[in-house]
Design a protein around this ligand. Sequence first.
Ligand code: 3PG
Length: 311
Amino acid sequence: RSEPIEAPEVKSEAAKKVKIGIYFATWWALNVVFNIYNKKVLNAFPYPWLTSTLSLACGSLMMLISWATRIAETPKTDFEFWKTLFPVAVAHTIGHVAATVSMSKVAVSFTHIIKSGEPAFSVLVSRFILGETFPSSVYLSLVPIIGGCALAAVTELNFNMIGFMGAMISNLAFVFRNIFSKKGMKGKSVSGMNYYACLSMLSLLILTPFAIAVEGPQMWAAGWQTALSEIGPNIAWWIAAQSVFYHLYNQVSYMSLDEISPLTFSIGNTMKRISVIVSSIIIFHTPVQPVNALGAAIAVLGTFLYSQAKQ
Ligand code: 3PG
């Protein structure tokens, strides 16, 4: 008996779905681990400007080693490439440091609830700055996103203004980063992995002087002594873990951005936040009031309605 023959395009379509599924699952898992170590570090060593810089430095070093040992192919770049990358790197730096400052002040879950409102920022930026218009269902879906985030924020037990503003600034910065980077990656021969490597290196150059100006070696040295006496040498491993996982999750997310539309990317990103919110509440025993949880659930649901409306 002959087997039914599957059309090659059906097979490759299925293979692509499996590949994206593996990317997404890896991205979320790496992100959960990053968030846990990042918060453990910030609780004991509250210097978010330094830890954000170290994450970028670690990623840059990992990629330089990968290029030197030919584990990854060295990208061919020109001045034009770095010039186009510059605004992306500025947005990446601001979004990264703002989210880390936020997490140094509030619970990880709270930062990510506010960050689940990113699609609302995306629509507002596209509408008012780029002049794009959307069907009214898209605007309507912003009501639960904004309302849910607002409800979660006002009922947050450990509300802190810097924590809230950090997450909001990160949302705005990452909308610009995603718009610029999708444009920058289009038609370029640089892969998603190498694009993110170059982004880390440029962001590292931008962030280092600011980290020294805002915090600086004196504060770091004093904080390091305190962290060492409270935690012991493990603090160094936690910093290493948060830095390595930061690079890896971002690298995988950029590898998937290579293959999917920004819309699918943002749906994946919101689903990632659900896993971070739930796991961080369990691990850090974050106190949650029912109305607070309701706000978060409405915001996340709003994001799904948004993705449906945009499709
Ligand atoms: C960071 O430090 O850059 C943030 O934690 C990143 O947030 P993301 O979940 O949007 O990547």
